[in-house]
Design a protein around this ligand. Structure first.
Ligand code: NDP
Length: 332
């Protein structure tokens, strides 16, 4: 794979220019480009610039509103709904997080439901934003079906990611962010693009047989959930939280509505915040640190999130797939 060196500012500018040149207003382009830049900074490459052609396709088809203005409403004292106004999710998240932080600091628990948005990014952006405010964050979202429930050969679930962030004083939070499929479809697409195999059993081909060929999974095949029926139960829970509870589309409904332009389908997101200070008391940090010490003293253990946070320490240029850079430039 040939790569091109781009600084973090160049990554931001490439994203911002490509979005605004395709009709996105600066308010929304700023939110999306920041998410893209942070993804590249942390090495979340399947959710950085790789997503720009899809974002642009959804602007061109007008599926996504280029000048969306999400609005925030309190449903109860600690349940907030942000209506995304049919725009990109990073804008809706940016609008909702400050209210979620405030209400969780008052009440110990807060819920943010996001509706009418198009989510195409990693979820650690939102859970880490809560952890940076000393809150625990949990987020999940559903997507168009590409994953078979346990026992099935046909898709019903999205890759349905879930992220959890635990805040740490004087340290980066402990964060996991994972698809409930064996792999995220973005990673499968990157593997197909780069000519790599995926582990056998990652998914089924169009005939319902297990395969290690990512292009067979991405084109007419189906992904499987991690951990067989256990992962399937978590993927089901995410459908219920991010669609049933939030009041937005289940994965199968998102597919029925979507115009298949290659950009993100419409859907909702469920975000919950918890205050360890109000729930556990003042000693919460030291207590959890003793647990992390025990955990990391075991040979071979690393805390989730560490890889990204280590990448973040490097503020130098990133190696970006040259054909991707050329593709984005051709769309400007
Ligand atoms: P990975 O399997 O790469 O990683 C999942 C998590 O496990 C990460 O938090 C990672 O931390 C952690 N981890 C990995 N290896 C270890 C290890 N050896 N020890 C401890 N922790 C480890 O992620 P996925 O491929 O499942 O998902 C990739 C991204 O795709 C996610 O960000 C997800 O939000 C996004 N996604 C978004 C969708 C959407 O609709 N918007 C749909 C589906 C997925 P670390 O980062 O430090 O390696």
């Amino acid at each position: 794979m040939t790569t091109t060196k781009l600084s973090l500012d160049e990554i931001y500018n490439l994203a911002f220019t490509s979005l605004t040149k395709n009709g996105c207003d600066e308010y929304n382009a700023e939110a999306v480009s920041t998410t893209v830049k942070h993804a590249e900074r942390d090495g979340s490459v399947s959710h950085g610039l790789f997503r720009i052609p899809g974002y642009i396709a959804s602007l061109k088809s007008k599926k996504v509103k280029a000048d969306a203005r999400p609005t925030s409403t309190f449903l109860t004292q600690n349940v907030i709904r942000v209506d995304g106004d049919y725009g990109f999710a990073p804008t809706a998240i940016k609008v909702g997080i400050p209210n979620l932080v405030d209400t969780t600091n008052k009440h110990g628990v807060g819920v943010l439901t996001i509706t009418n948005t198009h989510h195409f990014a990693a979820l650690w952006h939102e859970t880490e934003a809560l952890a940076e405010n000393n809150l625990i964050g949990i987020a999940c979202t559903a997507y168009k079906p590409s994953v078979a429930p346990a026992g099935a050969k046909k898709p019903l679930f999205g890759t349905n990611p879930i992220s959890f962030a635990w805040p740490r004083k004087n340290n980066t939070p402990v964060v996991y962010d994972m698809a409930t499929s064996t792999m995220a479809m973005g990673e499968v697409q990157v593997a197909a693009r780069d000519g790599h195999k995926v582990p056998y059993g990652t998914g089924l081909n169009k005939d319902g047989e297990k395969t290690d060929d990512p292009s067979q999974i991405a084109n007419g095949g189906v992904l499987l959930t991690f951990g067989d029926y256990k992962g399937s139960a978590i993927a089901m829970m995410i459908e219920l939280l991010a669609a049933g509870l939030v009041g937005d589309l289940f994965s199968f409904e998102a597919k029925e509505e979507d115009n298949n332009d290659g950009g993100p389908a419409r859907g909702g997101e469920f975000i919950m915040a918890l205050s360890p200070k109000l729930i556990a008391g003042n000693n919460w940090n030291e207590h959890a640190e003793s647990f992390f010490e025990k955990m990391t003293s075991l040979d071979g253990v690393r805390l989730p999130g560490t890889r990204r946070h280590n990448n973040r320490n490097n503020d130098g240029p990133r190696e970006i797939n040259t054909s991707l850079v050329e593709k984005i430039n051709s769309l400007i």
